[in-house]
Design a protein around this ligand. Structure first.
Ligand code: GLC
Length: 517
């Protein structure tokens, strides 16, 4: 493995409640994940990122934490966590946990105290403010719809929540908040986690003047316009976290969820003494278009290279529509999604794969009465929300539960997934799972793919061709997005997203070729 490991790691994101259920309650849990670690190992990733499994009332499915140093009984116990961690490490897999520092749950002891009386010391941990002109203190809206302020009837003041009202924002200017989170980081580092994914890492501090912000209509997918976020105080904070993690052996790391489009701004968070990685979300909202992707790749590489950081690449996560659906759905969506997988895994840097992505799962249409995402409710159904990409993993058998649970899955699983279960795909060499496994195995065995230099090759319009080279090995990744066909270079064809005939790559296909230069 390249050193440090995270520079070129491929991490499988596990949405805990949707991966595997061990006790039949219809929700995934830590023991379920543990039982599926052999699958993760065989997939060929370097590690897993677990979404929040801490005690939580579940208003945002775990992103509303009521205790940062325990496990929600729905998901298991601290012993289960330790067992999962030990077993993962035994298999050579790294484990990253999610840390949610921007807000707590409204059921967190601090917030309960804060609300209990206006002079409680914990009140200063949050942003309580008097209203303005009979309404909230400023014009901020919640990312989930509606105002970002809720009136605390008892005191007559409003409190800030960038997300749901059950997720009150912490005031990071308060020294106790900072000190407590250091303890929380240490708690998990002491247990042996390899790193943290930092939830909305650009949002922790708010501009002290809480100035009004001009919200473009429609609200953009990236948060660059949120001028009261991305405060300069974040950088010294992350430097101190980096120092803290560096006190531990084993190359512990952070990956920040920083939802901005400006790559240069993004790269400031991964300067040598700050976070190791930041998610690069540009692909999440990019069309299947050669020029658009080329520009995105160049901008990312330029910005990250300039600070000596490793780039990262993301096609899917638990907040966006599944990729084959974004690319149009059906066969027409699955084909480019397979090609995109070879692009993702050939680019220099770290890559994140969202569980189910390797199966080529599509977004699921969830009936309104079964929807759970607060986004759906806070926008009165105007925005469908994220349930459709969070449907449990189909492991085996058929509907209704596909081996995910012996009970009833927390979201309905489509009957049409019979051909897409892990067991079905395992025995099919043409499956999406087989493609991911083959690509990850090749990447694992190739210094060129993991850490080699990157050079574009000239190629016809509508295509992307680049090479990765290291110590005498050159691998060319050719992606034909929308050209009639693309001539593959001479060499050994290692892998293609669909079978290749006569050295020509059809539209919406990609291939890796080992060439002699
Ligand atoms: C992040 C998470 C998202 C969550 C939000 C609030 O964006 O990825 O799922 O709803 O933060 O914590």
């Amino acid at each position: 493995m390249t050193s440090p490991w995270w520079r070129s790691a491929v991490i499988l994101q596990i949405y805990v409640r949707s991966f595997a259920d061990s006790d039949g309650d219809g929700l995934g849990d830590l023991s379920g994940i543990r039982s599926r670690l052999p699958y993760v190992k065989e997939l060929g990733v370097d590690g897993i990122w677990l979404t929040p499994f801490y005690p939580s009332p579940g208003a945002d499915h775990g992103y509303d934490v009521s205790d940062y140093v325990d496990v929600d009984p729905q998901f298991g116990t601290l012993d289960d966590f330790d067992a999962l961690l030990a077993e993962a490490h035994g298999l050579g897999l790294r484990v990253i946990v999610d840390i949610v520092p921007n807000h707590t749950s409204s059921e967190h002891r601090w917030f309960r105290n804060a609300r209990s009386r206006a002079d409680h010391p914990d009140r200063a941990r949050y942003a309580f403010r008097p209203g303005r002109d009979g309404g909230p203190p400023n014009n901020w809206t919640s990312a989930f719809g509606g105002s970002a302020w809720t009136l605390d009837e008892e005191s007559g003041e409003y409190y800030l929540h960038f997300f749901a009202p059950e997720q009150p924002d912490l005031d990071w200017h308060h020294p106790d908040v900072r000190a407590d989170f250091e303890d929380i980081l240490r708690f998990w580092l002491d247990r042996g986690v390899d790193g943290f994914r930092i939830d909305v890492a650009h949002a922790l501090f708010k501009a002290r003047d809480l100035h009004d912000m001009h919200e473009p209509d429609p609200r953009p997918l990236f948060g660059d316009w949120l001028t009261a976020l991305q405060q300069p105080e974040l950088h010294p904070l992350y430097r101190s976290w980096r120092k803290l993690a560096d006190e531990y052996d084993g190359e512990r790391m952070f990956v920040g969820e920083i939802v901005i489009a400006d790559q240069v701004e993004l790269s400031r968070y991964v300067r040598p003494d700050e976070l190791q990685l930041a998610f690069n979300f540009t692909f999440l909202h990019e069309r299947w278009d050669a020029e658009a992707l080329r520009i995105t790749i160049d901008r990312t590489r330029d910005a990250f290279d300039a600070v000596g950081a490793s780039a990262s690449w993301v096609l899917e996560n638990h907040d966006v529509t599944r990729l084959p659906t974004r690319y149009g759905g059906g066969v027409g969506g699955r084909r480019p999604a397979r090609a995109a997988a070879l692009l993702l895994l050939a680019l220099p840097g770290a890559a994140f794969v969202y569980a189910g992505q390797e199966l080529g799962l599509e977004e699921v249409e969830i009936p309104a009465d079964l929807r759970q995402d607060p986004i759906f409710f806070r926008t009165n159904g105007e925005r469908a929300g994220r349930d459709g990409c969070r449907v449990p993993i189909p492991w085996s058998d058929g509907p209704p539960a596909f081996g995910f649970t012996t009970g009833e899955p927390w979201l309905p699983m489509p009957g049409s997934w019979v051909d897409q279960s892990v067991t079905a795909q395992q025995s099919n060499p043409a499956s999406s799972l087989a493609l991911y496994r083959a690509a990850l195995a090749l990447r694992h065995g190739s210094a060129a793919l993991r850490a080699g230099s990157f050079t574009w090759r000239e190629s016809p319009p509508g295509t992307l061709v680049f090479e990765r080279t290291s110590a005498g090995e050159t691998i060319v990744c050719a992606v034909n997005l929308e050209a009639e066909h693309l001539e593959l270079p001479e060499g050994e064809l290692l892998l293609a997203s669909e079978s290749v005939t006569g050295n020509r790559l059809r539209q919406a296909n990609a291939a890796w070729t080992r060439v002699v230069v």
